[in-house]
Design a protein around this ligand. Sequence first.
Ligand code: ADP
Ligand code: ADP
Length: 236
Amino acid sequence: QTLISLKKIAKIYRSQNVETYALKHIDLEVNQGDYLCISGPSGCGKSTLLSLLGLLDSPSAGQYLIKGIDTANLDMDKQAELRNLHIGFIFQSFNLIDELSVFDNVALPLTYREPAMSAAEIEKAVIKALSDVEMSHRTQHKPNQLSGGQQQRIAIARALAGSPSILLVDEPTGNLDSKNGDAVMDLLDALNQKGTTICMVTHDLRYAGRATTQLKLLDGEIIGHTTARATHPVAE
Ligand code: ADP
Ligand code: ADP
């Protein structure tokens, strides 16, 4: 089932009469259960592609459909609503709020949902997400009382708590040592096996082998599109 469809997408940054084609001629379909891995050299457009997929930015040309909805003519509020509903973000920097407990960090995005979730629904979703990343024993800790690997797991729980249609992941192991990095990648693997759709940017090709689809970007274009394995069957 098609989740996201990009047709002839281009992204042009304009500043002081300089035009940069960050992306051009991007055609891409992401299906439910896919695990996409995007790689390519610095400046090739990986972050730009993730921000477009995540509705953080709009393309300069082309069409972006998510769950059949054309995102072209949506106002900011409607885009934010779709983003909150469908997209979970995981970044290299964990972006946790130091003053808030683990529980409250994971709960925070849920408090912005439309229609509003009740406190009981939020609590249930937070507990489930923390259990999925095996961090149930740390709900009242503050982020700075946790290791980097644990902080990234909390960030993953925060992304999962809203039951997103897709997780967008940008260099998740960039701030982790190899042991914690492996654990985070194993966790993402396990989530994909349970049906979570993932689109990840990484230049670590050791991990790229686990994806269903490997995309290689160069100068804003897809120069390689390989299907590495079938999507895990998902119980609907
Ligand atoms: P990557 O994530 O692969 O390193 P990016 O998507 O960040 O690449 O950038 C793609 C290209 O677009 C680069 O040439 C970069 O310099 C340019 N670019 C990115 N963001 C901006 C911006 N806000 N203004 C102008 N150029 C940008
Ligand atoms: P980099 O690609 O330089 O390692 P990140 O992975 O942290 O940087 O972020 C990738 C892109 O996502 C950047 O364009 C950044 O502006 C954006 N971004 C990072 N964190 C957030 C956030 N919490 N909310 C929205 N956008 C973010």
